[in-house]
Ligand binder design. Sequence first.
Ligand code: SF4
Length: 229
Amino acid sequence: MSDDARRAQYAAVFDLLAEVYGRPVWRSHGPPLDELIYTILSQATADVNTARAYAELTARFPDWPSVMNAPPQAVSAAIRSAGLSNIKGPRIQNALRHVLHERGELSLDFLADLPLDEAQAWLTAIEGVGPKTAAIVLLFSLGRPTFPVDTHVHRVSLRLGLLPPRTNAVKAHTLLAALGPPETYYAMHINLIRHGRELCRARAPLCHICPLQDHCDYYRSTAVRAADA
Ligand code: SF4
């Protein structure tokens, strides 16, 4: 598929998803450092567990310096509901130390004014922070034009054909961002996740009731296979 065809497909998918799920409107999720901690907690767990762990962490510790300086076991205990707490606890404390060491204060507000590629590079230099986490912090907190790619966004985009086959998740961040204007990134990200959870599930996607059938490579290929059988 040509780049122009993919851009047209992106626009069509964007409109259809907005019709079905609505068009989520961006509003800042909070300071970027808070978002970084929240996103580290969210790695490999469900939203409800992330929210519970974040609430517990911020209830037990009055501020980020207290989290940074706490005994590691105390942080891990506070975030137990997020899972992998013995990895995420040290990861959060290391991230806080990294920010303080590099910036002299526990704040990531400066990322709002850094060129985008520098902001992404700055965040991914923190141990345990990959392109997805960096993109979430920059988009959700600061409204910077990044396109976060989680497992749902990756799977649905590959099936639709928005991404060339076998595109890895890291490359997908750049390729998806090139398909539409920045003002669509937030709503498209949210709606692709919702679609991946509700219809385009990892196993047994519900293609027979999917509104994206006419724009989906996977649907076309399975329909052809079924017709040939
Ligand atoms: S038609 Fe099937 S594979 Fe394609 S987006 Fe819909 S649910 Fe996913």
